[in-house]
Design a protein around this ligand. Structure first.
Ligand code: ATP
Length: 269
C-alpha cells in the first residue's frame, strides 16, 4: 500500500536526517518504525505526509508511492484526500475547542456528510471517554485522553493508512495499553498503521513487521515476532532486558561494541 524507496531528507539544506531509507507498509498491516531519539523516524513520517516543507525540510531523493501512485510531490491536503492521515507527536489538539469540535475539524476535508457522521459515531464508540467529555474543552483532558482525541481526530479523515508518531510518549503504562488496544481495533477495521515508537515492546506487540532506524539509516528490517524473540536484537537494538524493560540502548549499543572490540583484541594477542 505504502512504498517508500531510497528517500533522503535534509533540513535547511544541510542536515541529512534520513539517508536512503526504504520501507513498505502492506495493506491492512501494522508496521513499527523504531529507534533512538534523532534517528530520523519523524522525518520519514513527515516525508510521507508531505509536511517537511513546514519544517524547512526537503525530500532530496527517492520516491513515495501510495497504492502505486507517487505522492512525494503532492501537497499535504492532497495526500489526506488519497487516504492518509497522521497523528502527530505531541498530540497538537486545539485546547480551546471542545472534544466534538476537534473531531469535526478532523473530518473537515471530507465532502461526504453521511460518511462523516458514521465515522464520528465510530470514534465515539471506540473512545467512550471522549463521548462522555464531548462538550468539554479539549485543553482540560488528561494526557491520555488528549492522545485519544488526537487519534480520533485523525480517524475522522477516514484514512486507509494512519501514521502515528509516538502515541505512547509520556503516558502511564495502563494508558499505553489502552492506546495499543485502540491501534489493534482500528487495524481490525481495515486501516493500515505505520507506528513510530520508542516503546519497542508496545509497538512490536501490535505490529506485524518492524524496522529499526539509527542515524538516518534502517539497520534492521524483520517480522515483529522475530525481533521480539531475538535476544541480541532485544538487547542491542531495542535496549530491552529479559523482563522487557527498556534501557538506554544508545549506551548499551556502545557497550556491546566496546565488548566486541575488546574480545577482538584478546583474540589477536
Ligand atoms: P525523536 O524521537 O527525538 O523525534 P526521530 O527519530 O523522530 O527522533 P527526527 O526528529 O526525524 O528523529 O530527527 C532526525 C534529525 O533531524 C535530528 O538530527 C534532528 O535534530 C534533525 N531535525 C529534525 N527536525 C528538524 C528541523 N525541523 N530542523 C532541523 N533539523 C531537524
Amino acid at each position: 500500500m505504502l512504498s517508500v524507496s531510497d528517500i533522503e531528507v535534509s533540513y535547511n539544506g544541510v542536515i541529512r536526517a534520513v539517508q536512503g531509507v526504504s520501507l513498505e507498509v502492506p495493506e491492512r498491516s501494522v508496521v513499527a518504525l523504531l529507534g533512538p531519539n534523532g534517528a530520523g523516524k519523524t522525518s520519514v513520517l513527515r516525508a510521507v505526509s508531505g509536511l517537511l516543507g513546514m519544517q524547512r525540510g526537503k525530500l532530496v531523493r527517492g520516491t513515495i508511492l501510495l497504492d502505486g501512485q507517487r505522492i512525494d510531490r503532492l501537497e499535504p491536503s492532497a495526500i489526506v484526500k488519497r487516504g492518509l492521515a497522521q497523528v502527530m507527536e505531541g498530540r497538537r489538539i486545539f485546547g480551546g475547542l471542545t472534544v466534538e469540535e476537534n473531531l469535526r475539524a478532523g473530518g473537515y476535508s471530507r465532502r461526504d456528510g453521511a460518511a462523516n457522521r458514521r465515522t464520528f459515531d465510530q470514534v465515539m464508540t471506540l473512545f467512550p471517554v471522549l463521548a462522555e467529555r464531548r462538550k468539554s474543552a479539549a485543553g482540560y483532558l488528561s494526557g491520555g485522553e488528549q492522545q485519544m482525541l488526537a487519534i480520533g481526530r485523525a480517524m475522522m479523515a477516514g484514512p486507509r493508512l494512519l501514521l502515528m508518531d509516538e502515541p505512547s510518549l509520556g503516558l502511564a503504562p495502563i494508558v499505553v495499553q489502552q492506546i495499543r488496544d485502540v491501534i489493534r481495533q482500528i487495524n481490525a477495521e481495515g486501516t493500515a498503521v505505520l507506528l513510530v515508537e520508542q516503546n519497542a515492546t508496545m509497538a512490536l506487540s501490535v505490529a506485524t513487521h518492524g524496522y529499526i532506524m539509527q542515524t538516518g539509516h534502517i539497520v534492521l528490517n524483520q517480522p515483529a515476532a522475530q525481533m521480539l524473540a531475538d535476544d541480541q536484537v532485544r538487547k542491542f537494538y531495542l535496549g530491552l532486558d529479559e523482563g522487557g524493560t527498556r534501557r538506554d540502548y544508545g549506551r548499551l549499543k556502545d557497550r556491546a561494541v566496546r565488548e566486541a572490540e575488546r574480545a577482538e583484541r584478546r583474540a589477536a594477542l
